[in-house]
Design a protein around this ligand. Structure first.
Ligand code: TNX
Length: 527
């Protein structure tokens, strides 16, 4: 006997909401006797599960590879019959005697464990032992994501994000079944990735003097602290491996041809002006561009070779955003290059420049991903577009058979204010409350079903000009990144904000136990 209460059973507060969940009768009790049984392919996932449960339980459940019929079991395994649930789908069945987690692929089993954690009492997220009964409600879940790209972008360039915080956020993001972490590693205000062949990139580019408070046009003095920091290649390998174990891909971004001032500060010969400049201390758009010469291409290829050796991601993000072309317009050398190549203007030069990079990436079996400005002057062949200035760029790209990740400012920019409350901390501007994120549909209605196939998914972006601390970073991310996780995971017809909000109220206790800062839901009423 079962009751169909998929969306608003008060006991079930899973985020993102599964595609289908049915409450059955009874509970499975997790005790000291419970064992986690896995097959070979899910053993590592079983150990991750045991390790996340252990602190609150006060004991580490055993992870075994043979069945123990007499013991209460959490059973993990691959089942090829579940191929219809896709690469990441899973089924989870909890009865009084056993919890069974199955999927056609390991990623699905991992997601089943994230659901299982959220079926336990919220105290399971505690970092210290809690003395209580660990009942898991009996359920039947069949679940799979709506999109394959479920992303979040963090900007380590404007304010460096320490490795330990990135690791912590991978735990929190993957709890919500986010599977892409896009790291914005280079910008005018900082170069944050060690490149062995060009040590000055971090020796010079990873340090900036005090930052001007306010905007470039409205400076209000200095913040009084120098900003520095970068990830060693070893740090990044650790981050990549930590993500991979949790089925999250880290996508690196090296911004080309603009947002390049920190690189040019390190090696002035890379720039159009060939003249010294400092790492930028103000926000906003800066005019420094890479010179489109053979030497600079070689530099970029060398950098990207080291990047590819660290990041197995198929997609390599090359930026392409906000490159104002004044320096190219003013340079006789660049104008001669445009003429030699038979190009019309600087936009076409950017397109040509990025096409060269795209070809280089393709030779290395990687795919070029860039912000929607890469449409200007002609989209490099095979390029994937990240549509940020609204959804129009993404529509054009999908209509011309290019893949797209939707990240429009209006629904996905977490550097915007999340409420009108006057005590809301300084943000870049804009207004994006959690219910607006929740209302986002990544599939534009104008696309045909065939074109819509090119929408890989969506991601939220958190630019960090006004996000100087990890605590504030978390405040800006949560709960809005969780709303986004539901937009990209849950079937559209199940999305209902009031229901999300109810589950979020329960979920806040989990975030608090994980020591994650967030903007409380109750404050929604005070806007
Ligand atoms: C635009 S979005 C940028 C970033 C800024 C952001 C501030 C994009 C591709 N470029 O460099 O940080 O606006 O919202």
């Amino acid at each position: 006997m079962h009751v169909h209460v998929p969306l608003n059973h008060p006991e079930l507060s899973i985020l993102p909401q599964p595609a289908s969940i049915v409450r059955e009768e009874g509970y499975f009790q997790l005790t000291q006797d419970t064992v986690i049984v896995t097959d070979q392919k899910t053993q590592a996932i079983g150990m991750l599960l045991a390790n996340v449960l252990a602190p609150a339980l006060g004991f580490l459940p055993s992870v075994l590879t043979d069945e123990h019929p007499h013991l209460p079991t959490i059973s993990l395994g691959i089942d090829s019959q579940l191929a219809h649930l896709g690469q990441e789908g899973y089924m989870l069945k909890v009865t009084a005697g056993q919890a069974t987690l199955r999927a056609a692929h390991p990623a699905g089993v991992f997601y089943a464990t994230q659901t299982l954690r959220q079926l336990l009492p919220v105290e399971i997220f505690s970092s210290t032992p809690v003395n209580q009964t660990w009942n898991i409600p009996a359920v039947s879940v069949e679940d799979f994501p709506r999109f394959s790209w479920r992303g979040c972008m963090l900007d380590s360039a404007r304010h460096f994000i320490p490795k330990q915080e990135v690791i912590k956020l991978i735990d929190v993001l993957t709890l919500h079944k986010i599977n892409v972490l896009h790291l914005h590693l280079t910008d005018d205000q900082g170069w944050r990735i060690e490149i062995k062949k060009y040590p000055r990139l971090t020796e010079v580019g990873a340090y900036r003097k005090e930052t001007v408070i306010g905007h470039a046009r409205r400076p209000q003095g200095y913040d009084g602290t120098p900003h520095d920091g970068f990830y060693s290649q070893e740090d990044l390998r650790e981050i990549v491996a930590y993500g991979a174990a949790r089925f999250l891909t880290v996508v690196p971004e090296i911004d080309i041809p603009g947002h390049a001032q920190s690189a040019i500060a390190a090696y002035p010969e890379l720039g159009v002006l060939q003249a010294p400049v400092e790492v930028a201390t103000t926000w906003g758009i800066h005019p420094y561009l890479y010179n489109p010469t053979e030497e600079v291409f070689q530099f970029l290829k060398d950098v990207l070779s080291e990047v590819m050796a660290i990041f197995p991601s198929t997609f390599i993000h090359i930026g392409g955003d906000e490159a104002i072309k004044d320096q190219w317009k003013g340079s006789q050398q660049v104008q001669a290059i445009i003429k030699d190549l038979g190009l019309k203007d600087e936009d076409e030069l950017q397109s040509w420049f990025l096409s060269q990079i795209g070809t280089f990436l393709a030779h290395n079996n990687r795919r070029l991903l860039g912000w929607d400005e890469i449409l200007e002057g002609g989209l490099p062949s095979g390029a994937t577009v990240m549509s940020w200035r609204g959804i129009d760029g993404g529509i054009v790209a999908a209509q011309s058979h290019h893949d797209v990740v939707m990240t429009p400012t209006s629904f996905a920019y977490l550097d915007y204010y999340q409420s009108n409350d006057p005590v809301e901390p300084l943000a870049i501007g804009g207004y994006l409350p959690v219910d607006k994120v929740y209302a986002f549909d990544p599939i534009p209605t104008v696309l045909t079903p065939e074109q819509a196939q090119h929408i890989l998914g969506a991601q939220c972006n958190l630019w960090s000009e006004y996000v100087p601390t990890t605590k504030h970073l978390e405040y800006m991310l949560f709960p809005r990144a969780i709303a986004l996780s539901e937009v990209v995971w849950t079937p559209k017809e199940h999305l209902e904000f009031s229901n999300f909000r109810r589950r979020l109220t329960v979920h806040e206790a989990r975030l608090a136990s994980l020591n994650v800062n967030f903007r409380p839901v109750e404050k929604l009423d005070q806007e």
